[in-house]
Design a binder for this molecule. Structure first.
Ligand code: RIB
Ligand code: CA
Length: 310
């Protein structure tokens, strides 16, 4: 029985690879993609999501969600992802229509329609859609099996401010709602995603697939990598969001610690910081499996094998 998931996303080249990995994997049933404003505005993230679904040759419903954080102005990241959010390779105009139902209503409806504990939420961007759904329909919270998200940073420190990772920083109030919801959380912070670096060889492996998916992934990674290598001097770019899907497929690739994680929502200096009580110096309840390392080669082997199926 495939695991039912909803991917909440702000594509974003790394979101795109995560979505393709999920669509290529029979262990997962992607009920829907719900787009959120993040890397680029909502009009683009919903369009990008539809292009990615079509690139995979699927009809997975795509819903547009919140176009701004709950309480703050939207901060985007065109400097990383390009003006379309999916720069790297021109893709055909999407023909898959945008689903008319708002993403927040789609999340609420899906959780009410399926038995409790059967849907996993996989947020890959700011947590605005998820938190808005929890606020609007608290009855759905205990029905969520698990949330596996990309976001946060602790030992690795921030990527958008010295203290905060982008997804959490864009909507810290939403992140606070999700991290305090009581839903079992698995968190893929920069601590682990910065160890999931691409390589020249792997990008060439993608190109050598000789498929539209292989071409697209190679071009997105080339584009995405130029920013990270310039900033971190690393060879290769961190494929953040695919870590979420890889965890669902092969959890043993990742190791971390079940600790308390709380979100800074007040201080301007550290806004959006995920404060992980890694050494358990407080009596705050552990609420998240906070990942710290990944079998990098195993991760890329899984990616190559699965993306090769599309
Ligand atoms: O900080 C990395 C995260 O921000 C990734 O999800 C990337 O797609 C951007 O949304
Ligand atoms: Ca993302």
């Amino acid at each position: 029985m495939p695991r039912k998931i909803i991917i909440d996303t702000d594509p974003g080249q790394d979101d795109a690879v995560a979505i393709l990995l999920a669509l290529a994997s029979p262990e997962l049933e992607v009920l829907a993609l719900t787009a959120v404003a993040g890397n680029v505005p909502l009009a683009l993230t919903q369009r990008n999501a539809r292009q990615i679904v079509e690139l995979a040759g699927r009809q997975t419903p795509v819903h547009a969600g919140c176009d701004a954080p709950m309480k703050r102005k939207l901060v985007t990241a065109e400097y990383v992802h390009g003006k379309t959010g999916l720069d790297g390779i021109p893709l055909p105009e999407p023909t898959l229509p945008l689903h008319p139902q708002h993403a927040v209503d789609a999340i609420i409806e899906a959780l009410r329609a399926h038995p409790p504990g059967t849907i996993t939420l996989c947020p890959l961007g700011p947590l605005t859609n998820i938190a808005t759904a929890f606020r609007r329909a608290p009855d759905i919270i205990p029905r969520v099996a698990e949330i596996v998200l990309m976001g946060g940073a602790y030992f690795e420190v921030g990527n958008v401010t010295p203290a905060a990772e982008f997804n959490i920083y864009v909507d810290p109030e939403a992140a606070e709602i999700v991290f305090k919801s009581g839903v079992p959380l698995v968190v893929m912070p920069l601590d682990v995603t910065h160890k999931a670096l691409t390589s020249r060889e792997w990008v060439e492996e993608m190109r050598a697939l000789g498929t539209p998916v292989g071409q697209a992934v190679a071009s997105w990674t080339d584009f995405f990598e130029r920013f990270d290598t310039a900033k971190y001097g690393s060879a290769g770019a961190p494929l953040h969001d695919p870590c979420v899907i890889a965890y669902l497929l092969e959890p043993a690739l990742f190791t971390g610690r079940h600790v308390n994680v709380e979100i800074e929502t007040v201080s301007e200096l550290t806004l959006g910081m995920t404060v992980a009580d890694w050494w358990r110096v407080t009596d705050r309840e552990p609420n998240a499996m906070f990942m710290g390392s990944v079998d990098r080669d195993g991760f890329y082997r899984l990616l190559t094998e699965r993306l090769g199926r599309l």
